[in-house]
Design a protein around this ligand. Sequence first.
Ligand code: M6R
Length: 364
Amino acid sequence: EKAGYEHFMMKEIHEQPKVVGDTINSVVKENFIDLTDIGLSEEDIKKISQMYIVACGSAYHVGIAAQYVIEDLAKIPVRVELGSEFRYRKPLLDKNGLVVVISQSGETADSLAALREAKEKGVRTLGIVNVVGSSIAREADSVFYTLAGPEIAVATTKAYSTQLVATYALAIQFAKVREEISEERYVELIREIKTLPEKIEKILKDKERIQWFASKQVNAHDVFFVGRGIDYAICMEGSLKMKEISYIHSEAYAAGELKHGTISLIEDDILVVGVLTQSELYEKTISNMLECKSRGAYLMGLTTFGRYDIEDTVDFTVYIPKTDPLFATSLAVIPLQLLGYYISVAKGLDVDKPRNLAKSVTVE
Ligand code: M6R
């Protein structure tokens, strides 16, 4: 069942090029995107005044990344909320708003409760769901099915990646329908989204380098992931993977926020992982990393091919292929999944079934 892999997680990591491609192809045609099967007409899309993305865990991290992409392309204000907070917050929802609930299982109690709350308030709902016929899929007004296939490992990888590309497809199409982007940009984005599977494949080919690095990190007890903008969203997911399967305390920090308190935790040999895929934020994040280095931190940098000057600053670098900066999450997350995985394996932990966790959280 593990198709020759030692763990489901590794098998699922390697399935990403295929399932990301399948999810893209379900809506992205030759040179246009078709959301009619999902149940979103052009009229519906034009009407949206505000989006609320509600989810838990990694799906929430997809929401944070999606917020940047949707606001940038479609110019629709997006608010992202944790399922467990949304439901008790008495949210004020605009009647022309769209509540998007992202969930692999479609059964997460807090996400389902948020969906019901939105429906009760008469606001339109869209589920981005992996499990066909699950509660969220059944109850949402429209459903965008991610085509990740069954995900067995508790730590999500392929479902996360398919959720991300689903949000890109929505963002691109919403932007087009609302006339926020030119025809040229539309075609360019479609062309670029289709290249993501082969770029993910390319990153996976280099996994031994991450394995080597991971073998040096088994004794780490605190790791900081830092980045700005979309890179901060990537950090959140990298940090969760580290905690969830490697049992190493880690935090994701917006790089500019470090100096507002957290930097006092940086001392000799603490690992700081900087994510730098957004060129206009590159210098800013580098300067935050230098602040950590001068306090003794060991630096890993994750950036795109071509940014070789990063080696002047960091101790270990991982490069990912170039893509549109809005899609960088899909590539940068892969080395971070591998890092969490290999540290967990090197520590002899139960990678697929980490302690205290269940695949789907059906209690509040
Ligand atoms: O099934 P869901 O997508 O609603 O699950 C949400 C979270 O429980 C889930 O993403 C969790 O954070 C993962 N185990 C993280 O790897």
